[in-house]
Design a protein around this ligand. Sequence first.
Ligand SMILES: Cc1cc2nc3c(=O)[nH]c(=O)nc-3n(C[C@H](O)[C@H](O)[C@H](O)COP(=O)(O)O)c2cc1C
Length: 187
Amino acid sequence: MSLLQTLLQRQAIRAYDGRPIEKEKIEQLLEAAILAPNDRLREPWHFYVIQGAAKERFNQLAQDFLLERFPTKPHLVEESMKNVLATPLIIVATSQIIEGDEASSLDNDYAVSCAIHSMWLMASELGLGFVWRTRGVGLARDERLKAFLSLSDQEKVIGSLFIGYPTDEATPRTVRKPITQKTTWVE
Ligand SMILES: Cc1cc2nc3c(=O)[nH]c(=O)nc-3n(C[C@H](O)[C@H](O)[C@H](O)COP(=O)(O)O)c2cc1C
């Protein structure tokens, strides 16, 4: 498949059929991730693979978060939890914070973002549904997730990657504005 075809095929897929993901496929995602460009070869990423019993503990975290965030919206909590429960695999990607060096820390975040995009493309090629979550049940900015993973103060969550085999229902494709609206040819 050409690179353009791969890029066109990639999309955020949030509905999964619950089937577990084979270990070889998880390893292929991780192998793709670590090829990402990164400043001064710091390789500033770490990946936490959450499945099985750990995923069940994550489900509880997500439910606690949702009940706290939406105390008066039980239907919303239930609907969100359906998605979480049908997700067999979550990979949390973290970036290394360099104390006293904000610029390098930011570059580390960019590198991890590149790694996540590589994983997303690889997931698409492997027929896996994938979405990068930061908000909501992604818990990327929630202290609960840091505690759950026993993250050090030098680790920052860049994304919780929800992964599963897609359901039969097709996800509508998103569209982009034309490049003319997003480009200035500086003269
Ligand atoms: C940094 C980042 C954070 C995101 N956070 C969320 C999220 O919290 N929840 C979610 O459902 N999707 C999230 N997404 C996925 C986007 O919503 C999705 O990529 C966007 O709607 C475009 O759709 P497409 O990826 O299918 O083209 C995130 C994407 C990025 C790059």
